[in-house]
Design a protein around this ligand. Structure first.
Ligand SMILES: [Zn+2]
Length: 269
């Protein structure tokens, strides 16, 4: 559920709070969250290590400890929280790291889909991700190249992390509304003008959400346990049946690739 603006918001907070902190204890409560290592490898490698950086790629958070990498994907309901030691443990705690300076880093996850990867010597994970939509290399031309020759719905293309990394249901729907494009349009049918509009809309909606601290739908909280504010700015996502903010027509919902898509049948074509 957390998409680029939410994960980036968490990244910025982690960066300000954990760099320079040493891991003093490791408690893994949800064994299956750790995908690629044994729990003893994780705790053996982490204990004594110091956080040196926090990066993001798509929806992955990459915590650096020297050469080693601790990588999280929050999926549906995962939360990464930095708390003072002594804070009562919550339900659904998957991982607890005790840090120097009387702080703790928690992975809390009600639905238990969040994942942890441990790479003691670094490496290439996550693999196969597409362009970062806020990076300079994501140009209108690049979006045009991604759409070219693709017969799938534009919404499905926007959700495919191998093409563009970090977009999910919320920002795909919102970008398509702003660009005036129906989510079920074939990607290769978009005109040059539509591609330019969509490119601008994607970057604008992501930037605005980042400024607002992300969108708190479901249980999204940033790493300080606070909500974002962009849920108040959503124009179509989750608003089926409500009047379009632009023209008043009731918004409709269709399924594309198994995902709900809300749009205005009048403003989007
Ligand atoms: Zn409308």
């Amino acid at each position: 559920m957390p998409e680029l603006p939410e994960v980036e918001t968490i990244r910025r907070i982690l960066e300000s709070k954990i760099i320079g902190k040493q891991v003093e204890g490791v408690e893994l409560y949800l064994r299956k969250a750790l995908r690629n290592a044994f729990p003893e490898e994780l705790s053996g490698g982490l204990r004594g290590a110091v956080f040196t950086g926090v990066k993001r790629r798509g929806k992955f958070l990459i915590l650096e400890l020297g050469d080693a990498r601790l990588i999280f994907h929050l999926r549906m309901t995962g939360q990464l929280l930095v708390v003072k030691s002594g804070t009562p443990l919550p339900k659904h705690l998957s991982l607890r790291l005790l840090l120097s300076g009387d702080e703790e880093l928690w992975l809390v996850d009600q639905r238990k889909f969040a994942t942890i990867d441990w790479l003691p010597r670094g490496g290439q994970l996550p693999r196969g991700l597409g362009v970062e939509p806020l990076a300079a290399e994501f140009t209108g031309q690049r979006l045009g190249d991604i759409c070219q020759g693709r017969r799938c719905a534009i919404k499905a293309l926007l959700l495919n992390q191998q093409h563009i990394a970090g977009l999910g249901n919320i920002y795909a729907d919102e970008s398509l509304f702003r660009a005036g494009i129906r989510p079920d349009r074939r990607a290769d049918s978009l005109t040059a003008a539509e591609i330019r509009r969509l490119h601008r809309a994607i970057r604008a909606v992501l930037r605005e959400s980042l400024t607002a601290g992300g969108t708190s739908v479901r249980n999204y909280l940033n790493a300080e346990g606070k909500q974002g504010a962009f849920q108040n700015e959503l124009r179509v996502y989750g608003r089926k049946g409500e009047p379009c903010v632009r023209c008043g027509t009731p918004l409709e919902r269709i399924k594309i690739g198994g995902r709900s898509s809300c749009f205005c049948p009048r403003c989007q074509s």
